[in-house]
Design a protein around this ligand. Sequence first.
Ligand code: NAP
Length: 429
Amino acid sequence: MSVKVALLGGGVVGTQVARLLQEGVADFAARSGEPLELVGVAVRDLGRDRPGIPRELLTDDPRALVTRGDIDVVIELMGGIEPTRELIELAIANGASVVTANKALMATHGAELAEAADSARVDLFYEAAVAGAIPLLRPLRESLAGDRITRVLGIVNGTTNYMLTKMDEQDASYDEVLAEAQRLGYAEADPTADVGGEDSAAKAAILATLAFHTNVTLEDVYCEGITEVTKADIESAREMGFVIKLLAVVELTDDYTGVIARVHPAMVPRTHPLASVRDAFNAVFVEAEAAGEMMFYGRGAGGQPTASAVLGDVVAAARNRFSDTSSHRPAPYADLSVRPVGESKTRYTVSVDVADRPGVLAALANVFADNGVSIQTVRQDQTAEGAILVIRTHIATESDLSATVDALRSLEVVNRVAGVTRVEGESGS
Ligand code: NAP
């Protein structure tokens, strides 16, 4: 007997999965209970050279592969939404467990695929879809099943973290670091999904769904990328002892009745563990009521690291086949409401270009007070035409802060609001 494995996709991750599967035959057999046998690899271009994948395993007909009737585990590494979604449904309908690394698909159709897997009593695992090699989803789902997770805060996109690290350490501009990231293969020719934040938002949706037992999809996630982050923003953060990171934040509301999911650049104190996450690494900070704070750190992408997470799932699925079971998936039983980002609470730094005359500071302070936003510190930098006031706030809601900024813009003494940046990772109120 063997566990028959079909692979959809023989690209960056797929070739590494195929290679490691074949190199580790004896180990995988011992760990799974039965040998894992790779019986087919679906690709688009049969003519391309794929080191490590025997030619006779290749097919350009993924549908025929997943419906041949004897497949135990389908590994989906094609990417995209269609025809991938349909192929996974077919695989499940044909009794196969599914392992995927596809965050875009899981963040949009995860709930329906999970239900289909539950009805068919097969597994659907997707550890590699968030933070690549880092074991994160299984700890959230299993190790922390006895706790209440209140917040997950992370750097889950290596490309943007690489870019922000270089902007900070090499004093480089956004365009310079993007070009370098593309040259080194960290960024795609079309970097929109990374720099625009959508990749992180898909991961935030998956994290929120698991952490809070509530279906959260990509559409529910507030998303701002790093395209507007300037050299000046990075310098200003550095002067205040902060670093700018693109964060995915998913959290319970204070009364535990709602969930907020957001992705945006934020200032993080240099003393916070997330500040030391450099280059293309990922790290996720989890806060749970009983366990307290935990951090998961490692390689968030790349063929081999991602293959490691995929193969961990394959072994788990194969073990379940061996013992004729499937993992219990906790239903999204909590069914909390997803709240608008306006209800999120954090600190802010607001830079305001003002006329340099008496009474300006008092006028600004009134606007903050009128809108319920409490000021923590104010720094004044002289410029040729006037002054820049850099105001740091205590915790405030996003909607109160927005109202404050709108009111500042209408003040006669304000030339412009030069920047608003959220601050995460500071303790206290
Ligand atoms: P990739 O290098 O572009 O490989 C995709 C593979 O799928 C290729 O072999 C391609 O065939 C095949 N394929 C695409 N559409 C197909 C179709 N309609 N029929 C048959 N074969 C098809 O992608 P990747 O980087 O390995 O990523 C795979 C998945 O893993 C994605 O969901 C991605 O988001 C996820 N992921 C990737 C990483 C990473 O570091 N790369 C990290 C985490 C998660 P051809 O080779 O013939 O074109």
